[in-house]
Design a protein around this ligand. Structure first.
Ligand SMILES: Nc1nc2c(ncn2[C@@H]2O[C@H](COP(=O)(O)OP(=O)(O)OP(=O)(O)O)[C@@H](O)[C@H]2O)c(=O)[nH]1
Ligand SMILES: [Mg+2]
Length: 288
């Protein structure tokens, strides 16, 4: 397994005491952790002035954490209990969208006492996606609104909004397909879904939540750009942050695109979701 950022920082201090070399290597280490090339260069530049005073890994870690914390945007994703809330869950295939929906349903049911959660089976593209959501729904006691595979995802979500509203429900979590035949298709489909929701949500709260896989690397930034351009992303969730080897992509995305992060996924189980706490996130990233 790859070394973590923290481990590599420790090696850096064992290997050299010469400042110039240290900062150059540091830049590579930050790029490896998916912080992004331009941000890594910026961080190293910011440290150049202070580097004379940084004589231990702990001091360097603390200085880096403080800088990264300034770049990281964090904002809670909350259910407004006074109206209908719809969270449209977006992301490329396999990042953890459907699992994250189950985690969010469990989180909002457990911690905020939100009852009557509706899951909308908006991934009508992949075989097995609707069944997967139904299994989660059964386990969590959440209603699942679905149509057959291949049907229009906008229509499914439209139905889910209407039926949730008719029952006085407060939260709809809508799944989407992570893959289309082409990027243009994906964007067009998302724009259509977005339009349907906006026409139907009324005075409800509508949030577009992008799931990013912590292990996918800098490609995550490109994914965020595409979804952000298509529909505008309200909130990011960093999934698969179980190990600290990677995951700097959250800083890269929030610094570059201004997208705030709300939750962290740390495992496959329904309870493996935590509110995005910048200190906990950075502590993990720098763990040695
Ligand atoms: N270790 C770990 N695995 C996760 C996490 N979140 C999701 N997974 C796993 O990632 C795999 C894909 O998860 P899904 O929720 O099906 O992903 P998806 O984005 O809905 O995938 P598609 O519907 O195919 O686009 C599953 O095996 C999940 O158990 C996480 O936080 N940690
Ligand atoms: Mg899915």
């Amino acid at each position: 397994m790859k070394k973590t950022l923290g481990e590599r920082l420790r090696d850096l201090f064992l290997g050299t005491t010469r400042n110039g070399l240290l900062l150059e290597e540091l830049e590579d280490i930050l790029v490896e952790a998916d912080i992004g090339a331009s941000l890594a260069a910026e961080l190293v530049e910011a440290l150049r002035g202070e580097s004379a005073g940084i004589e231990s890994r702990e001091a360097l870690g603390a200085a880096l954490k403080a800088l990264l914390k300034k770049y990281l945007k964090v904002e809670p994703l909350t259910v407004d209990p006074g109206r209908l809330n719809l969270f449209l869950v977006l992301g490329v295939n396999g990042v953890g969208k459907t699992t994250t929906i189950a985690k969010l349903a469990s989180f909002f049911g457990r911690t905020e006492g939100i009852a009557g959660i509706t899951l909308a089976a908006g991934d009508t593209f992949r075989a097995g996606a609707i069944e997967q959501l139904k299994v989660h729904g059964d386990r969590l006691g959440a209603r699942v609104v679905s149509q057959q595979q291949g049907s229009d995802p906008g229509a499914v979500i439209y139905d889910a909004i209407d039926s949730a509203r008719a029952r006085g429900g407060r939260l709809v979590l809508a799944d989407t397909a992570g893959r289309m035949h082409t990027k243009a298709n994906l964007v067009k489909e998302l724009e259509k879904i977005d339009k349907v929701i906006r026409s139907r949500i009324g005075d409800g709260q509508y949030r577009k939540v992008l799931v990013i896989d912590a292990t996918t690397g800098q490609n995550g930034l490109r994914q965020a750009e595409i979804f952000n351009e298509a529909v505008g992303v309200s909130s990011g969730i960093l999934a698969k942050y179980d190990s600290a080897a990677k995951g700097g992509i959250a800083v890269s995305i929030s610094k570059t695109l201004g997208i705030p992060f709300s939750f962290l996924g740390r495992g496959e189980k329904v309870d493996d979701l935590e509110v995005f706490d910048p200190d906990r996130y950075l502590d993990t990233l720098f763990e040695a």
